[in-house]
Design a binder for this molecule. Structure first.
Ligand code: UDP
Length: 342
């Protein structure tokens, strides 16, 4: 099987590529702005990489959509800080660029495995979000945070409409707060715009305070990336077409914790880490208002828990890695990678 991965050096892209190369005989064609996360993959004869921008290399993309069996358009801005800072950038990249790719998959009759997001459920109050039942709830236009959710939702709807009319073979997957090695870089965290787990680990390393937005009562279910990738591999394998036209949550409902609990766990792991257990001081955990941390365009999501019944049934999959192990492995890898950087 030949797979095209756009955004191959991203968090999901590089983990997926490494798994594909290690476990299958598939060939991967990938594009991204850089290759720094791909490691040994770049030397693998079954991996073909183009360093470049999606906006510029349109011919390369079209040629490879034609050439491949499955397309994974993983390029997106996926951090809340940037939804409120640069909503038009989010729209242009996450929506317009990806729509063009989806349309080419229609044109050339290629299967698309598209990353939807847990963010599409928005402020849904269901105790567990169900792919085919839950309402997708967003706030007013002035709350610009929701642009990402809306972009992804509309793409989900467009893909679904093409699919159900027989013009596109597709599977949509919805990651729920995947974490793991190389989630976000220290540089991104220095600007305060990384996802919460990296942000907190980076603050600990830089000895800056950890901010609990609005007290940190909001909850997330953190999914270790290896578990997520295992589900994604089964979606790609698509035995007996089991994932055809399906939308599938990929998350770990057992790994639910509040942002405040998350800060405590990470601080304790950091204080016990061999390289830091003798540090003279540690980050304080403080509270910050959403307004001061993100600005007026932000609105939070208080609870986000997936139902994974569908993934269990269709993929015969369940997540294996518990919260503490997932956080420990993410922290260890971040500290190793940034040894001496601060
Ligand atoms: N958050 C926080 N402090 C930070 C960064 C994030 O309290 O320094 C909170 C944020 O308000 C949200 C949660 O952590 O409720 C998860 O944020 P993340 O950026 O990882 O993205 P999300 O899960 O909302 O998509």
């Amino acid at each position: 099987m030949k797979i095209l991965i756009l955004g191959v050096n991203g968090f999901i892209g590089h983990h997926l590529t490494n798994r594909i190369l290690a476990q299958t005989d598939w060939i991967v064609y990938g594009m991204d702005l850089a290759d720094d996360r791909l490691g040994e993959a770049v030397n693998n004869p079954r991996f073909h990489f183009l360093e470049g921008d999606m906006a510029i290399n349109k011919e390369w993309i079209e040629y490879h959509i034609k050439k491949c069996d499955v397309v994974l358009p993983l390029v997106a801005i996926a951090t809340p800080k940037l939804y409120v800072e640069d909503p038009i950038g989010v729209y242009n990249l996450d929506f317009e660029m990806n729509l063009a790719v989806v349309k080419q998959c229609v044109k050339y009759h290629k299967r698309v495995v598209f990353p939807s997001t847990s963010e599409v459920y928005g402020a849904c109050t269901d105790p567990e979000f169900k792919e085919d039942e839950s309402f997708l709830v967003v706030g007013p236009i002035q709350k610009e945070r929701w642009i990402y959710s809306c972009c992804k939702q509309l793409l989900d709807r467009v893909i679904y409409a093409y699919g159900t009319r027989g013009h596109l073979e597709f599977t949509l997957f919805r990651p729920f707060n995947w974490i793991g090695p190389r989630l976000d870089s220290l540089d991104v965290a220095k600007e305060g715009s990384s996802r919460v787990v990296t942000q907190f680990i980076a603050e600990l390393l830089m000895k800056r305070p950890i901010s609990l937005v609005d007290g940190g009562h909001q909850k997330r279910c953190f999914t270790y990336v290896d578990d997520g990738i295992s589900a994604l591999m089964k979606i790609l394998e698509n035995k007996n077409d089991i994932c055809k036209s399906e939308i599938i949550n990929i998350g770990n409902p057992d790994n639910e914790c509040s942002v405040k609990e998350l800060a405590d766990i990470l601080k304790n792991l950091f204080m016990a880490h061999p390289a830091h257990r003798n540090d003279k001081a540690y980050s304080e955990i403080i509270e910050a208002s959403a307004m001061s941390y993100y600005g007026k365009g932000y609105q939070d999501i208080y609870s986000r828990k997936p139902s994974i019944e569908k993934a269990r049934k269709l993929l015969d999959w369940k997540p294996e890695i518990g919260l503490k192990d997932a956080l420990r492995m993410t922290l260890d890898s971040f500290l190793e990678e940034n040894k001496g950087a601060v």
